[in-house]
Design a protein around this ligand. Structure first.
Ligand SMILES: [Zn+2]
Length: 103
């Protein structure tokens, strides 16, 4: 039997995101590789902050596991460069903080 392929919090194994919601794997987080997701669940979204990234200034909010409060990545709230607008409302999860479940 095959269920949906899920990524879970690597610390407490709460379900966080579906594999099918990955938009891109070509991102870099603070801890290395990171994935861009269209949607996540089971996270708490922190206060918004302006953060200069490699691709320009963005307004982002850190996202944490709502179960164990591990920092998982961030949400893009606003991108200032036109070419980066597609990231708005999307989520970055650091590869180091998530694990595959059901694969
Ligand atoms: Zn967790």
């Amino acid at each position: 039997m095959e269920g949906p392929r899920i990524y879970s919090c690597s610390k407490c194994r709460s379900s966080i995101a579906f594999h099918d919601d990955i938009i891109s794997k070509a991102f870099h987080g603070k801890k290395g590789r990171a994935y861009l997701f269209a949607d996540v669940s089971g996270v708490d979204i922190g206060p918004k902050v302006d953060r200069p990234l490699l691709t320009g200034l963005h307004t982002v909010a850190d996202i944490k596991c709502s179960n164990c409060h591990e920092l998982l990545g961030w949400k893009y709230l606003k991108a200032y460069e036109v070419s980066q607008k597609y990231k708005e409302g999307k989520y970055i999860l650091e590869k180091a903080t998530i694990m595959k479940e059901n694969w």
